[in-house]
Design a protein around this ligand. Sequence first.
Ligand code: PLP
Length: 412
Amino acid sequence: MSTRRLIPGSAELRAEFPILAREVHKRPLIYLDNAATSQKPAPVIAKLVECYERWNANVHRGVHKLSEEATEHYEGARAKIARHIGASDPAEIVFTRGATEAINLVAQTFGRTRLAAGDEVLITALEHHSNIVPWQMICRERGAVLKVVPITDAGDLVAGAFESLLTPRTRLAAFTWVSNALGTVNPVVEMTALARARGITTLVDACQAVPHFALNVRSLDADFLVFSGHKVYGPNGSGVLHGKRALLESLPPWQGGGDMIASVTFEESTWNHVPHKFEAGTPDYPATVALATALDWLSALGWDAVAAHEHTLLAAAEEALGAIQGVRLIGTPAHRSGVLSFTLDGVHPHDLGTVLDRMGVAIRAGHHCAQPVMDRLGVPATARASFSVFNTLEDVAALAAAVRETKRLFGA
Ligand code: PLP
C-alpha cells in the first residue's frame, strides 16, 4: 500500500482504482453509483489475491500452518475493524455477508426472543428495504406492531416524531444513519440517547455512513450497528454486525453449523462464545480481511479530506443539476451525505439512466430499495448520483452535460 497520503479526487488516487481505466460504450467510465456498490482500490484487490496465492485455508479448523495463518489474518481483521469503528472489544464484531444478513440476524435472535404480542418495533420512513422487511416478518410472526417515523417533503424525519413514537411497548428502534435514497443524515446520536433513556434497544444501519464519516460505536452507544463491506471499498460478501457484548451473549444463535458450537451430540449441542456463536459455517475470510484493508486505505486519506471532497462534489452537483430547467431535486434534507436524487420532467428515470449510460455515466435509476420513500414523495422512481473519493468536479460536469443532452434528445 502507498505510504504517501492520497488526495481525494486526485489523479494519483484515481490511479488506485483499476476499473476507472476502462471505457463504457467507448467513453471513459464516470462511475456515480457508489451508494449501490463502491469500486475497489488496488490494495483491496491485492489483498484478495494475496489470500488465494499465499495463505488460503479454512479458518479456526486446521492445525497446519496455512490454517493458522488464515485464522490470524481473519481474527486480525476483526481486531482492526473493531478499532476502526471505536469498539473496545473485538468479540463485539460479528462478521456477516452484509448489512442485510446482519439485520436479519438481529431480527431472528433479538426479535424472536424479545418481542411479544403487542410489542412495538420503531423504524423510519427513510429505511432501505433491508431495514423494513426483516422487522415486518418478525413482527408478523410474534404479533408485534411495526411503527414508522414519518418524513417531511424535504426528506427529513418529522421533528419530534421519533420521540413521540417511543412508547412503553417499544422494544427496538431501528433506523438508518444516512438514507440511501435521499442522502438525509439522521440525528442518530440524539435518537439512540432518546431510546436508551427509555431502556429501548437500538439498531443503527450505517451502510451509507461508513464510506463518509469516521464511526465511533462507543460515543454513538447504539446496541447494534450494521454495515456492508462492498459499499466502503471492500469486497462483496463482507459485512459487520457490531453488538454490545452482554447483549450478544444473551441472545441465542441464529444459524446452526460448523464453528458456532462448543460441542455436538445427537441429543444436544452447546454454543461457542461470541462472536463465533453467530458465525456458522465457513466465513468469507478473504473478503473480510480485504475489508479491513479497505478501511485502512480509506481512513489513511484523512476523514476531514474525505468529508470536504464529498461536500464539494455534492454542492457542485446540486448547483449544476438545479440549474437545468425540468430537473427536480428529490429531497432537500437539512444535512445530506453522499447521494443526490433527481428527476427530469418528461423523461422516466430509467430512460434517463439508460441514456446517461450510453454517454459513459453510470448512475442508479429506480426506487433504490426504498419504495416507501418514493411513495411518500410521490415519485415512482428517481435518478440517483452517488459520490465517492475518486469522483471529480469533471465527473459532476459530465453528469450535468449528459442530463442536458438527454433533455435535448427527448425534447423535454
Ligand atoms: N441499508 C442501506 C442504507 C443500504 O443503502 C443498503 C444497500 O443499498 C442496505 C442496507 C443493504 O445492504 P446489502 O444489500 O449490502 O446487504
